[in-house]
Design a protein around this ligand. Sequence first.
Ligand code: SAM
Length: 233
Amino acid sequence: MTFTFVTLFSNLIEGYFNDSILKRAMEKSLFSVKYLNPRDFSTNKHSKVDDTAFGGGAGMVMNPQPLFDALDSLKKEDENVHIVFMTPVAKPFVQNDAKRLAKKSHVAFVSGRYEGIDERVIEKYADEVFSIGDYILTGGELASLVVCDAVSRNIEGVLGNSASLEVESFETPLLEAPSFSKPKLYEGLSVPSEYLKGNHSKIRSLKLALSESKTKFFRPQELKKHKATQKLS
Ligand code: SAM
């Protein structure tokens, strides 16, 4: 699988792939990462990529020309590339999207800067648009990385133990139960005793109860949905 970051600031992204799980996955050729800078496609003599907004408003907007040409070149190279724009004006990205995108052969993330991207670029090239939450970042690079990270851990082989995917939060409506590691007692704080006794059915029941109470506290609507589906089945 290939990820292409379409960005004016690839240096903000590159370091993330230089360590840990994603570095190892790239070394195993489970995916590769490319960068495309719209500025390299600008026909402006000063390589400008932005201009003032029609209709007024503070700040600059990314011009269509460099992005049209950059994305045309990307599509020419790979007609199957799936182009995703990062923007606060979109539905929120969720775990099911991560799993779905992990099945694509090539995903490109387009990062906006300044006050955003000329809407005609999004209209013409977006296969989909995602927001990573109800707040405004200075640019799309962090948002692209968030989505790429979540997608990449769903590519087969990226996680050492794929079972860890199955029990994580958002795989079911319930949030994951709390985790504990050694030592059993740390600064007077102990691990729930059931976790230590090795009775797997009791551990499962306790984890379910803890999952339910976490979900009730943080996501009460999701717990209601979970209970409703349990009644139906
Ligand atoms: N003027 C825009 C608005 O109010 O919707 C915000 C532009 S923001 C300063 C610049 C870029 O950051 C956006 O084009 C987008 O690529 C990215 N961005 C900011 N917040 C984001 C979010 N919550 N999710 C995804 N991308 C975001």
